[in-house]
Design a binder for this molecule. Structure first.
Ligand code: FMN
Length: 244
């Protein structure tokens, strides 16, 4: 199989790393790859902050709910949507256009695409990693700690390092559920979902030695109820990203 496709099909989040450090050359390749991601209207509406300071790492790990890989990963990148540069440098613009859901969407997509390119570049170079959105528990504190100006918003971390675990592939939804042709036909979805729930339940059963057997719909519902993160919208309004 083609090497790139093989890499893509073998993605798994890695949360445990060896002591091997990531060289500056590798970091530069990862950032350059991120920068070559497609970007809406060439806006490049994101900023990547490399978090080297251990004190800041500890704070982030703590704010993410005690995610220790944020502290132990040799490389931690904070991906932020960034409309501050637009406000400061774009010429002759209507500033109201920046405090608009469309601009917010553009910046979020740009940051996510850049992060995915960084992730794949890292994986191609033998690294493994995990995104950490748990940091959005504390968007306001992060903005203060990292000196983020208005219109710059923290989205998630990408933690990278040389893998010291092999958690196995996590099963995805059946293709027919996510891949529709010409219109949104969901007539078969309920049945497929039941089968997928069983697959996920078996997966967790095996992975946790019988301690967890959650079905997918159950697990996602629980997660969303526990972490709706209404603080994110409040903070985004405060930094003028979204209108009141
Ligand atoms: C935007 C984003 C945020 C995530 N946040 C977290 C997180 O806070 N903690 C964590 O352990 N995993 C996090 N993940 C990893 C997902 O849990 C993981 O990708 C998903 O369960 C699928 O597993 P896999 O990546 O091993 O295939 C995040 C992934 C994404 C894309």
């Amino acid at each position: 199989m083609d090497k790139t496709i093989e890499l893509l099909l073998n993605h798994k989040s890695i949360r445990k790393y060896t002591d091997q450090q990531v060289s500056q050359e590798t970091i530069d390749i990862i950032i350059s790859s991120a920068q070559m991601a497609p970007t809406s209207s060439h806006f490049q509406a994101y900023t990547i902050i490399e978090v080297k300071d251990l004190k800041k790492r500890r704070l982030l790990a703590d704010w993410a709910g005690g995610q220790k890989w944020v502290e132990s990963a040799p490389l931690v990148l904070l991906f932020c949507g960034d409309l501050f540069r637009a406000e400061k440098y774009y010429e002759d613009i209507d500033k109201d256009a920046l405090t608009n859901t469309e601009s917010y969407t553009v910046a979020t997509i740009d940051a996510a695409l850049a992060a995915q390119k960084a992730f794949i570049a890292g994986q191609a170079l033998g690294l493994g990693g995990v995104c950490v959105g748990g940091i959005r528990n504390e968007v306001e504190k992060i903005s203060e700690e990292f000196g983020l100006p208005d219109l710059v918003f923290p989205l998630f971390l990408l933690c990278l390092g040389y893998p010291d675990q092999d958690p196995g592939l996590k099963p995805r939804l059946p293709q027919e559920i996510v891949h529709k042709i010409d219109f949104y036909d969901d007539r078969k979805d309920q049945e497929l979902m039941e089968a997928y729930n069983k697959t996920v339940s078996d997966y967790y059963d095996k992975r946790t030695d019988g301690k967890e057997k959650d079905r997918w719909t159950e697990r996602c519902g629980k997660y969303l109820s526990e972490k709706p993160r209404y603080n994110v919208g409040e903070h985004f309004r405060k930094i003028r990203l979204l209108k009141k």
